[in-house]
Write a protein that binds this ligand. Structure first.
Ligand SMILES: *Cc1c(COP(=O)(O)O)cnc(C)c1O
Length: 381
């Protein structure tokens, strides 16, 4: 996305009207969505394959006079279908305008906006949002805009989860944090976590834990059973990445009724658009189509990992639809520009722990081939 033009007049009065917290806020930086003909877009982990023909048909058919009506306020039909799919009740599910919306609601529902005094030892740290770094870079923004305290704790250097003993030893981890957000499999590292280690982490936490499983369909395992087992665990899923529906903005949480009910209380009355609800419902009727795409993307991921490794790149093992790589010969940031010159867009993060890496969406087999060909050529040139 092009940076939003924030001001045309530069009026100091206008600036003063904005809350100090908002003035100081560092907004989330989404991956670019440039409109360049022939661009190979491997920067935002979108699915290379379109929604199923059935989903496209049903959305097109729904575009008529009904657009004047409000959609179902709680996405009831979609929640019923999701409940069947996950073997739980509709009361265990809330649908959002993307899982991003639900992550924001979780911060508002479970975290106090300002740290009152220092939390007495052993008490729930009501104003703390906790997460590992690197993980989804939206988390600190959501915490900051709420006026909460952030506790960002580094993963191990190979991006694995520190064990409980390790977390205790390092002292920075807060077992009493009001809200802990865990991206699993992780982004942008691509690393998958075993359900057993996630369960151990959940058991150790006293506050709410959200397991953000945006990429679970590309992984060997998922932790959904934990959301139906514990009173304080939520699992976040999205139709964006695996189900080719980024444009429609549909995500959901699965979890215990009490937490889900709290989120329903504070959501917008019609938070999920009608065409998105229809698209997601039909997606669940057509899962064979999507599962074939998961297999294709995973096969391409394995192929791409092998080819880039042969060319001297260090490719981290991935259970997602992207790979994090340490490129050969040139600094990662130069690769971003060099590949851009060949109309291939990948993602580079300036954070110190990530600046030597590129994150590359797997894409179609054809896109991955084009990437490998461009890398080979740039290494020779
Ligand atoms: C893409 C992504 C999301 C956002 O998904 P939406 O449903 O499109 O809002 C959430 N978490 C992670 C880790 C993601 O990569």
């Amino acid at each position: 996305m092009q940076p939003t033009k924030l001001s045309s007049s530069g009026s100091p009065r206008g600036v003063q009207l904005v809350r100090a917290l908002v003035r100081a806020l560092h907004p989330y930086v989404p991956g670019e969505q440039p409109k360049i003909k022939g661009l190979i877009k491997l920067n935002t982990n979108e699915n290379p394959y379109p929604p199923s023909p059935r989903v496209l048909r049903v959305v097109k058919t729904a575009v008529d006079g009904r657009l004047r009506r409000y959609p179902n306020p709680a996405a009831d039909r979609l929640r019923e279908k999701l409940a069947q799919h996950h073997h739980c009740a509709p009361e265990n599910i809330i649908v959002g305008n993307g899982s991003d919306e639900l992550l924001a609601l979780a911060v508002r529902a479970f975290v106090e906006p300002s740290p009152s005094a220092k939390t007495p030892k052993g008490k729930l740290a009501r104003a703390t949002v906790q997460y590992f770094t690197p993980s989804y870079s939206l988390y600190p923004v959501l915490a900051e805009m709420h006026g909460a305290t952030t506790n960002a704790v580094p993963l191990e250097s190979d991006f694995s989860l520190p064990g409980r003993a390790q977390l205790k030893r390092h002292k920075q981890w807060d077992f009493n944090a009001a809200l802990t957000l865990v991206t699993t499999p992780n982004a942008p590292s691509g690393r998958g976590y075993a359900t057993k280690e996630l369960e151990a982490l959940c058991v150790a936490q006293r506050g709410v834990v959200v397991l953000d499983e945006a990429y679970a369909d590309f992984a060997d395992a998922n932790a959904l059973p934990l959301a139906l087992k514990f009173p304080h665990v939520l699992v976040a899923r999205t139709f964006s990445k695996a189900y080719s529906l980024c444009f429609q903005r549909i995500g959901y949480f699965v979890g215990p009724m009490e937490l889900i009910a709290a989120l329903h209380k504070i959501r917008d009355s019609y938070n999920v658009n009608g065409l998105g609800q229809i698209a997601a419902e039909t997606t669940l009727d057509d899962l064979a189509y999507y599962r074939a795409n998961f297999r294709r993307i995973i096969a391409t991921r394995i192929w791409l990992t092998g080819e880039l490794t042969k060319l001297g790149f260090r490719v981290l093992p991935s259970e997602t639809n992207f790979v994090l790589v340490q490129p050969a010969r040139f600094p990662a940031r130069d690769w971003l520009a060099k590949l851009g010159g060949q109309k291939i867009l990948v993602r580079w993060f300036s954070a110190p722990e990530l600046r030597n890496y590129l994150r590359i969406t797997v894409g179609s087999q054809g896109e991955a081939r084009a990437l490998v060909a461009a890398v080979r050529q740039l290494l020779l040139g």
